[in-house]
Design a protein around this ligand. Structure first.
Ligand code: COI
Length: 354
């Protein structure tokens, strides 16, 4: 399939790299492609970034049949642009498609389209340290129909956004809140898919966390309200008595690519790392006995995010004196050094764009 390219006539002014927040500025072009049962995925095109006109009955708007991804393009010191494990995002997009009854996309084609779009927008990749170009591939159900069934038609689009840190705290410890009042996902549901409904389901608890001075919710499992799962914008890691522990993927947790990379690096460094169920009681107990060394999150948007405080019921625990821990720092440095080309890429994770 040939990608048609239509260039924007007027280019937008670029933002100051130093003032970038997360996800509110978009580049000049986007990628679009359509699906119908007769033609399959067809009409791939790069065109000026523009609003999508929709029938008010569009199925995505009513039943949230959609999936998305998040990955980043990084500028290296020499000025080139590169991606980090993008084939993993494309694979996960297809896994999410299967969970939401959306027709899968040819992975090689999508990866090439994404690279072509980023190459065209290379001047939008910021160069201030720790900034990047966030890439958001998305698929939405487009049948105008109010009955509940899978749509017959879809739109795939990719938009790009120059970003700085996801959390206003940057690489500083955040405060998270554990609640028994709400759950994000249940086993057998769509918790492991990257689908809008999971994020919508997290908003009310997130709001309550914010009102209490916490930036995110650390979710408990939806069945027993006992086991720690993920934060919603990132996976979670605990360092207990020198061992790194992260919740195993039970079906309701997003299989994060940064999570996978942390595990791979820890194994390469011969650190003790375990994927297993870990309960909130075990975590609070570890803190009580003084063996909870560190907690940190890992995600594409959040990178590595140290956690300095956790609130659960009436208890509040301070982790590592509210400071960035050595283990979190080690992963943060190693990952960002690979992503920005400041270090060797021993795993073959980097895909050059320009
Ligand atoms: C990401 O890390 O890319 C995410 O999708 C998390 C969040 C911004 C939704």
């Amino acid at each position: 399939m040939q990608i048609t390219i239509t260039k924007a006539e007027n280019l937008k002014p670029k933002p100051e790299d130093a003032n970038l927040g997360f996800g509110s500025i978009f580049t000049d072009h986007m990628f679009n492609m359509d699906y119908n049962p007769e033609k399959g995925w067809h009409n791939p095109r790069i065109e000026p970034y523009a609003a999508i006109e929709m029938d008010p009955a569009t199925m995505m708007l009513h039943y949230a049949q959609g999936v998305f991804e998040g990955l980043k393009a990084y500028r290296t010191r020499s000025g080139s642009v590169q991606l980090f494990r993008p084939e993993k995002n494309v694979k996960r997009l297809n896994r999410s498609c299967r969970a939401l009854c959306i027709p899968e996309v040819n992975e090689t084609f999508l990866l090439n389209s994404l690279k072509q779009l980023v190459a065209l927008e290379k001047d939008w990749v910021p160069s201030v340290p720790e900034t990047s170009l966030y890439i958001r591939p998305t698929i939405i159900a487009t049948d105008p129909f109010l009955g509940v069934r899978a749509s017959n038609t879809y739109r795939l689009f990719i938009i790009l956004s120059p970003v700085g840190a996801y959390y206003p705290e940057g690489f500083n410890p955040i405060k998270i809140w554990v609640t028994k009042d709400y759950v994000r996902a249940v086993r057998g549901g769509v918790g492991e898919a990257k689908t809008p409904g999971n994020y919508a389901a997290s908003l009310r608890a997130g709001d309550e966390a914010h009102k209490n001075g916490y930036s995110q919710v650390l979710w408990l499992d939806g069945v027993e309200l006992k086991y720690l799962e993920e934060v919603g914008s990132m996976n979670i890691f605990f360092v207990i008595d020198g061992e790194i522990i992260t919740p195993s993927l039970t079906g309701s947790i997003l299989p994060g690519i940064t999570r996978d990379s942390v595990i791979a690096l820890a194994k390469m460094w011969n650190m003790k790392i375990t994927e297993r169920k870990i309960s909130i009681d075990e975590l609070m107990g570890a803190h009580e006995t003084g063996i909870l060394n560190e907690v940190f999150g890992a995600g594409t948007a959040a990178v590595i995010s140290p956690v300095g405080e956790i609130k659960y019921g009436k208890k509040t625990i301070i982790i590592n004196n509210g400071k960035v821990g050595l283990v979190a720092n080690k992963f943060y440095t190693a990952l960002t050094d690979i992503q920005y080309g400041r270090a060797e890429d021993p795993m073959g994770w980097i895909v050059p764009v320009t």
